[in-house]
Ligand binder design. Structure first.
Ligand SMILES: Cc1cc2nc3c(=O)[nH]c(=O)nc-3n(C[C@H](O)[C@H](O)[C@H](O)COP(=O)(O)O)c2cc1C
Length: 186
C-alpha cells in the first residue's frame, strides 16, 4: 500500500496549517488506495539548516536530521500544506525540505495552499523547488482563500467544493507515486 504524508507547513503559534492538514487527512482517510499520515514540522524542532555536509550526500551529523530523514524517507508521496509568506512558502517548510535530498527523490507531491490568493504563489515557489529535488508535482492543487474559507479570516470553514479537488489531487499523487516506484531503490 502506498504511503502518503500530509506535511504541516507552518510552525507559527496560532497557525492555520494544522487545521487544514487535519481536514485533508479526514478526507483522505475515507479512501482505501493509500495510507495517510499527518507529519507536523513542529514535532521535529529543526533549527536553521546546520548540517556541515550537503544533504545530497546523506551524511547527517545531527540527531534532529536523522529523525527527520527517518520520518520522511518511507513515504511514496507528499501533500504539502503550505501558507503563503511574502509570495513564497514558509521559511520553516523550505528549511525542512532543504535538510534532505535522496528521501524526496523520485516521489510524487501535491499542494494545498491558503492565503489571500489561495496560496498560489507559495505553491508556484514550491514547484520550482520540487524540480531540483526530483519530485513529480501534480497539476491539481487546492487553493483555499483566507476570505471565503476561513470565517473572519480565522476559523477554517472550507467551501464544500474543495473536497472534490482534494480527491483529484490525491488521485494524481497516488497514481504518480505508484508509477515512480521502479525508480526508487527499495
Ligand atoms: C510573514 C508573513 C507574510 C505573509 N505574506 C503573505 C502573502 O504574501 N500572501 C498571502 O496571501 N498571505 C500572506 N500572509 C498571511 C498568511 O497567509 C496568513 O497569516 C496565514 O494564516 C499563514 O499561515 P499559518 O497561519 O498556517 O502560519 C503572510 C503572513 C505572514 C506571517
Amino acid at each position: 500500500m502506498l504511503k502518503v504524508a500530509i506535511i504541516v507547513g507552518s510552525t507559527r503559534p496560532g497557525r492555520k496549517a494544522a487545521a487544514v492538514a487535519q481536514w485533508v487527512h479526514d478526507i483522505a482517510k475515507k479512501r482505501s488506495d493509500a495510507e495517510f499520515e499527518v507529519v507536523d514540522l513542529q514535532d521535529f524542532n529543526l533549527p536553521l539548516l546546520d548540517e556541515p555536509v550537503p544533504p545530497s550526500q546523506g551524511k547527517y551529523a545531527h540527531a534532529h536530521t536523522q529523525a527527520w530523514s527517518a520520518k520522511i524517507d518511507p513515504f511514496d508521496a507528499y501533500i504539502f500544506v503550505t501558507p503563503e509568506y511574502n509570495h513564497a512558502t514558509s521559511g520553516a517548510l523550505k528549511n525542512a525540505i532543504d535538510y534532505l535530498y535522496k528521501e524526496w527523490n523520485n516521489k510524487a507531491a501535491g499542494f494545498v495552499g491558503y492565503g489571500s490568493a489561495g496560496g498560489t504563489r507559495a505553491v508556484e515557489n514550491l514547484r520550482l523547488i520540487m524540480g531540483e529535488l526530483q519530485v513529480a508535482d501534480v497539476r491539481a492543487q487546492v487553493a483555499l482563500s483566507l476570505s471565503t474559507d476561513f470565517e473572519n479570516y480565522t476559523v477554517f470553514k472550507p467551501a464544500a467544493r474543495h473536497e472534490t479537488t482534494v480527491n483529484t489531487l490525491l488521485d494524481q499523487v497516488i497514481a504518480w507515486g505508484g508509477a515512480l516506484k521502479p525508480l526508487r531503490k527499495k
